[in-house]
Design a protein around this ligand. Structure first.
Ligand code: PRP
Length: 209
């Protein structure tokens, strides 16, 4: 038998949704469900091995070919780009990129250069470039909603899922930027060398989403 296909999963919700999907296909994911602190786990029957990583690292491992496949959010893909194939939309992990400000703030208009806080500076930059708008971008690592409340920024570019975090902090969406969901990415060399196995997996996934 071939060595197992290595699949990097974004730890947390995407990992759980992927395990749910694999179990629907019929793969035994007990080891991943009962992982404790282990980071590399077998997925029996599927001849796969799950590698649990942070979103940015999923892309790095797939790009470098140490994992054949990855499951990662479109948000990370848009922010990091890189050289790999993006093959399937897995239909879960759905949310949106949005520009938000304090409720009632007039964001557009005026001549002052606006300050934008974001965990996703590249996404923010290209959004404002597409509008021909000059902005200053400040990188924030988390709870970006704090930045306008603390008067660090005029607005934020962030992920909105239910909208609760914005609402509870007196912010509102000014404009939706792009839809986000989990994607299957594949290393370019693995796609050639292990094409049959990867295509089989993709067709099983697509039949079950
Ligand atoms: C994300 C995002 C928002 C929140 C949106 O943060 O950055 O803060 O979820 O979800 P909602 O619309 O359902 O309220 P996350 O929970 O990943 O934490 P972080 O801000 O520390 O990155």
């Amino acid at each position: 038998m071939n060595k197992p296909l290595r699949i990097a999963l974004t730890k947390g919700r995407l990992e759980k949704d992927t395990v749910g999907l694999f179990e629907k296909i019929g793969y035994d994911c007990t080891a991943v469900r009962e992982k404790g602190r282990k980071l590399i786990l077998p997925i029996t029957d599927g001849n796969m091995e799950a590698v649990l990583a942070k979103a940015n690292d999923v892309i790095t491992y797939v790009e470098h070919g140490v994992c054949d496949i990855g499951v990662v959010g479109k948000d990370t893909i848009m922010e990091m780009q890189g050289k790999y194939f993006e093959l399937s939309d897995l239909g879960f992990g759905k949310c949106q990129f949005a520009l938000a400000t304090k409720k009632g703030d007039k964001f557009f208009g005026g001549y002052d250069v606006k300050k934008i806080a974001s965990k996703y500076p590249n996404v923010a930059r290209s959004f404002f470039e597409s509008k021909g708008m000059d902005v200053e971008i400040v990188k924030i690592e988390g709870s970006v909603e704090l930045a306008p409340l603390l008067e660090l920024a005029d607005g934020i570019v962030d992920i909105v899922e239910t909208g609760t975090t914005l609402k509870e902090n007196g912010l509102e969406v000014i404009e939706f930027i792009a839809p986000i969901s989990a994607r299957l990415i594949v290393n370019t060399v693995s796609m050639k060398l292990r094409q049959q196995e990867i295509e089989k997996l993709i067709s099983q996934i697509e039949a079950n989403i």
